[in-house]
Design a protein around this ligand. Structure first.
Ligand SMILES: [Ca+2]
Ligand SMILES: [Ca+2]
Ligand SMILES: [Ca+2]
Length: 250
């Protein structure tokens, strides 16, 4: 092996040590807690990507609704919950398309119901009478919705804090109930949610990076290369005969 090859191998090992062993730092916050996260300390290594995962679970719930319009109401009811991330003052949450991750910062979990409600039968305003023909009951179902987004590297340092550093930043979010009527003559539908939809879930931030190899590890690799080099030289000098009572150490 020539000295040039040795040099190439040495730098190859350096590159191998630097770029082959991706590692991750994961921080998980349960929905309901503050979205406080640690920045990525660049002294740990070279950051590959930043990913944010959101999981939203909804459980049950019941909605009693009642048409108080003089006309028939026909449409669809969405009943569930939503997480809404809008305030990105500390960090930017834009992806490579310059769009806010998730569904414009939202994740929705809901059950959908189609309905046809007769005109008001006389219960009137502020009386949530779900009985037919102008009212109905919808029972929510258990559901899990997950979404994920990658923050484009050009935005890692954007915002008041940014993702890079040794401090902390906040991703504020709101967890809200979702009750949405759409269709014809739906503006005079009144409703009550008893019991309400139960929710939980999590927000998880992942840093994927290549650690900077330990100096000791690099020395060991370099020493191994050097030993191999010396051994080959000796073997060549001795014409391949190493039986002079001298054992070349491995
Ligand atoms: Ca009514
Ligand atoms: Ca009513
Ligand atoms: Ca009624």
């Amino acid at each position: 092996m020539t000295s040039k090859q040795i040099t190439r191998l040495f730098y190859g090992l350096l590159a191998f040590g630097s770029f082959s062993f991706a590692d991750t730092i994961t921080q998980k916050v349960d929905l309901g807690s503050d979205g406080i996260f640690d920045q990525f300390d660049c002294s740990k290594g070279i950051l590959n990507f930043i990913r944010l995962d959101l999981t939203l679970n909804i459980y049950g719930g019941q909605i009693n609704y009642d048409n108080d319009s003089a006309s028939e109401a026909i449409g669809t009811l969405l009943f569930g919950a939503a997480v809404d991330i809008k305030d990105t003052s500390d960090v930017s949450l834009l992806d490579s398309s310059y769009q806010l991750i998730f569904d414009n910062g939202n994740v929705y979990a809901f059950t959908s119901f189609d309905f046809i409600l007769a005109p008001d039968n006389g219960d009137g305003k502020n009386n949530y009478d779900e009985s037919a023909p102008d009212g109905a009951i919808a029972i929510g179902t258990d559901k899990t919705v997950s979404d994920s987004g990658f923050i484009a590297s050009s935005f890692w340092s954007q915002g008041n804090k940014g993702f890079l550093g040794t401090g902390k930043f906040v991703i504020p979010y709101s967890l809200i109930s979702l009750t949405e009527f759409s269709g014809e003559n739906v503006t005079e539908i009144e409703y009550s949610c008893t019991p309400p939809v139960w929710t939980d879930g999590s927000l998880t931030l992942t840093y994927d990076y290549n650690p900077i190899p330990e100096p000791g590890g690099l020395c060991l690799m370099a020493a191994g290369v050097f030993t191999s080099f010396i051994r080959k030289k000796y073997e060549r000098l001795l014409g391949g005969n190493t039986s002079f009572g001298y054992e070349i150490p491995d």
